[in-house]
Design a protein around this ligand. Structure first.
Ligand SMILES: [Zn+2]
Ligand SMILES: [Zn+2]
Length: 267
């Protein structure tokens, strides 16, 4: 399969749930995207799955576009933007799905923009014989599928495919709340490895006195199947530490989204 970050166009699809703009080739879709759920068949629902009101000619059925369950108008009246399922317009959601979706949309409004904009890091490959550390701008590709490394020096690092990330750790610089004076030489202790699907929200890039100073990413090369290891360290000399910290937090949230999306596809 091609790993060119620029491949793949978009197409408009109309389902009974509404209009969606999706990747023309599903292999090129965003790793954060959820599968469109099947609708509970009309024949299987005689009453609202929330308030139990019986359906008739007056009380009509409505399906939640996110969970596919069947509700009365009152229990399924929220119209919410659902970018994670690629809907162009706000769609009808049940109460629970509306709450989850509104929370998730913060990722699309904030963290995704941070990822697409990119941030400055020192890039190194700890397993390489010649473990050089080079400044780079790390950013997410426009189709959300790759981490790109720009401005790296002579050994330009090839893009990392998010779907092939097998472990990701936030690196910390210890107890110094003022930030590390020399992050490259300070010991990098992992807080927790991914996948941690249970409670990844417990980890924040700045937890108490522990300050994140980078990311450790292990990923599989699609062709060779080889596991590669790279580190992105926030340099003490970088002009915009906050942006790099925000990027670390956004990657963490993105990886959580990716694991959820894989689950929704039954992978
Ligand atoms: Zn109801
Ligand atoms: Zn729902």
């Amino acid at each position: 399969m091609a790993t060119n970050p620029n491949q793949g166009g978009k197409k408009l699809v109309r389902s009974k749930s509404g209009l969606r703009m999706v990747a023309a080739n599903s292999a090129f879709r965003s790793p954060f995207e959820l599968e469109e759920p099947p609708w509970v068949p009309d024949s299987e629902c005689s009453q609202c799955m929330s308030c139990k009101a019986k359906f008739d000619f007056v009380k009509r059925k409505h399906h939640c576009r996110r969970c596919g369950k069947c509700y009365c108008d009152k229990c399924c009246q929220h119209k919410v933007a659902l970018p994670r399922l690629c809907f162009l317009d706000p769609v009808r959601l049940c109460y629970d799905c509306a709450v989850i979706t509104q929370k998730e949309n913060e990722f699309y409004d904030k963290q995704l923009k941070v990822l697409l904009h990119g941030a400055a890091f020192q890039l190194s490959c700890p397993d390489d014989m010649e473990n050089l550390s080079e400044p780079c701008l790390c950013k997410l590709s426009a189709d959300h599928r790759f981490l790109l490394f720009e401005n790296a020096g002579h050994a330009k690092h090839s893009p990392v495919e998010l779907e092939q990330v097998v472990a990701i750790q936030i690196l910390t610089a210890g107890e110094d709340s003022q930030g590390p004076s020399s992050p490259l030489s300070s010991p990098c202790s992992p807080i927790a490895p991914f996948p941690v699907i249970s409670s990844p929200d417990n980890l924040s890039p700045t937890e108490g006195n522990i300050v994140a100073n980078g990311l450790s990413i292990k990923h599989k090369e699609r062709e060779s199947g080889e596991i590669r290891h790279l580190q992105l360290i926030i340099s003490a000399t970088t002009d915009n530490r906050r942006q790099s910290l925000a990027f670390v937090g956004a990657v963490q949230k993105g990886v959580k989204f990716m694991y959820e999306a894989k689950e929704s596809r039954g992978l």
